[in-house]
Unconditional design. Structure first.
Length: 264
């Protein structure tokens, strides 16, 4: 049995045409029919991820969300989660690192909320897009409301450019008593519990199934937050991916579907 783990945005799903290419859908079906396992591994929370997945007939066995912070089975039963330390989170969201961010997006096991700091925030578009209206996927709240109402497994921050994001990511990992991992994704930072990465999310999935006879684990992603799982499992990337992902990949493909069919 082989296990394939794919990033979602920019790897399996593409915002340009708001779709999952048919080659990916058909290849996943063949992959699973051959007795293999297919898993998403995304920085998203599960609700926003499934909002897109449910518009297709894409099959899957497990879901890893929040960069490894939450694990779900195919019926969306939560199998494992790694919430942020509330005391250290409070310190972070009131620091200049967070207040200088365009927004703070809070993701828990069952909800996503945001505090908006700037009209540059890319999250503002979600409140205008017809497909997201009345979906209750994301709402704007204050920091105080967030700390009271939510038990986040991840917060996400966004800045003017990648250099600023990288600077703040280094500060997050050095100034908060090793409470957090700062997963970079272009100009954004996904802040998780310390040592939570996509690679460790896959390892936690394997711990849940010690009886699995795994022949091979294949990973594929397109961005910097995919690098840990690409490196850990000698994985793959796309020709269209960011350089950080391409540089550490053992092979490049045009699509997830092409990778799956090549490894059947």
């Amino acid at each position: 049995m082989k296990i394939a783990v794919s990033d979602f945005d920019g790897t399996l799903f593409f915002h340009q045409n708001d779709t999952i290419p048919q080659i990916n859908i058909e290849a996943v079906k063949k992959w699973r029919k051959a007795g293999n396992i297919f898993c998403f591994c995304s920085g998203r929370d599960v609700r926003s991820l499934m909002f897109e997945v449910n518009k297709s007939d894409l099959e899957y066995d497990f879901i890893i969300c929040n960069n490894g912070g939450t694990l779900f089975d195919k019926n969306l039963n939560i199998k494992k989660s790694f919430p942020l330390d509330k005391k250290m989170l409070t310190k972070l969201v009131y620091s200049d690192i967070a207040t200088n961010s365009w927004h703070i997006m809070y993701s828990s096991v069952d909800m996503m909320r945001t505090t908006i700091h700037s009209d540059k925030s890319q999250l503002l578009k979600y409140f205008q897009l017809p497909k997201y209206k009345n979906q209750n996927i994301i709402k704007i709240i204050t920091i105080e409301e967030a700390l009271k109402e939510i038990n986040p497994v991840q917060i996400s921050l966004a800045y003017e450019n990648e250099q600023i994001a990288e600077m703040y990511a280094k500060r997050i990992e050095s100034e908060f008593n090793d409470a957090f991992s700062a997963n970079l994704n272009l100009n954004c930072i996904d802040v998780c519990q310390k040592n939570i990465t996509k690679a460790n999310g896959i390892k936690e999935l394997l711990k849940l199934h010690p009886d699995w006879q795994v022949e091979k684990i294949l990973t594929i992603g397109d961005a910097q937050n995919d690098v840990p799982m690409i490196k850990e499992f000698n994985g793959f990337s796309l020709n269209s991916a960011k350089e950080q992902a391409k540089q550490c990949a053992s092979k490049l493909y045009d699509s997830v579907g092409e990778m799956l069919l090549d490894n059947l």
